[in-house]
Ligand binder design. Sequence first.
Ligand code: SF4
Length: 462
Amino acid sequence: MKKMNEEDFRFLEKYNKPGPRYTSYPTAPMFSENFTADDFISEIIETNKDENASPISLYFHFLFCAKLCYFCGCNMRITSDRNLIARYNDYLKREVLLIKKFLSKKRKVAQMHWGGGTPSYLLPDEIKDFGEFIRANFEFSADAEIGVEIDPRGLTKEHMEAFRSVGFNRISMGVQDFDPKVQRAINRIQTEEITKRAIDWARQLGFESVNIDLIYGLPHQTLESFSITVDKTIQMSPDRVAVFNYAHVPWLKKHQKLIKAEDLPKAEEKLKILKMTIEKMTSAGYEYIGMDHFAKSTDELAIAQKNNSLHRNFQGYSTKAGCDVYAFGVSAISQFENIYAQNTKDLKEYFERIGAGRPATKVGYRMSADDRIRKETIMQLMCHLKIDKRKIEQKFGIRFDEYFADSITQLETFIADGLVENKKDEIRVKEYGKFVIRNIAMCFDAYLQKIMAEKPIFSKTV
Ligand code: SF4
């Protein structure tokens, strides 16, 4: 990547405005209570009639954490009440049994992910118990991707052995930043030794892929300080690295008020940090997959991007395209070809609904024909950094340039800035366009203006 000069920064700064991360299209603010639990069940029944229905993906949301990280944007609860955690696990099982009875027995699990919250806050016996329960209720394909988010703090080798014993083959761990000053400001003290120890256990136990999450834009970060964090990360040689942009949205996440706005790096410093990170990671042999993600060229994600088989869902990038995602737990979002269904974010309501034998669906969305066209277009951009106009035309029977005339007009500013190329057969994101991929995708979003006018819900893109 060529050196970025001051002028490059100026034009990139102009795109630094609020926007979605496009883990779905339409994005979550479009979900509504008009889509009910009954709609969700009907869709499950409908999509399981097909004898050849695709494999499925399972997501479990383990809600609880031991200690609050001030930057946290997840749906989580801090607790030390082990009875509450055990009760929640029990309700997750009940939810599985409730939904599973509508599923075709022929559908295997191609992917499973445990997120949260902190799944490794479960005790080793709880991990084994829940994992065995899932194994007893679903058949997994031999090459299933089975991943879990762990927190190296409080982790023991017994936790890792428990995950491995029930088939997990991928782990992802939050690090955020190795700098102690930054760690103090975000209330997450995690020494390098602890992180390194977790990676060593993963390697010893035969996990196939190790991911580290970093966050840029945290309080007190500078180009120099984060450069050291990136170097240390590279030394640990994870297979994948995600470098997220901190979303400071204290009006949505009240605890983020514990982070002082004046301690946050300015937009220009963040851009420099992002650019430095991309340069260092790619020089160290990692491929830049797209928004926030790097993977070793031998990793499945990098291979999938080259083969155009990369896919994006609420868990980020995935190699398992076309799987319906069945999600369980508080706030979890199921996603099928035609619908999204999100569970309640309220723990009490979750217990009540599941306790009464009803799905915990709170909001959802049924996609229109236009939504499907735009979803495919935006996902091509996010996953392949280009849009294959002919493919979209063939799949949906439209004339791309006519259908997206407005979007193409919106792209003109990116084209003028050398970030995007609009060719006869494809729209291609150029080198620096990767920095503002969300903004480019926003040109194809039919609902963005409506959402932005109603709620200030998104974080800034850089
Ligand atoms: S461990 Fe993860 S989910 Fe829990 S508070 Fe920290 S960032 Fe949030």
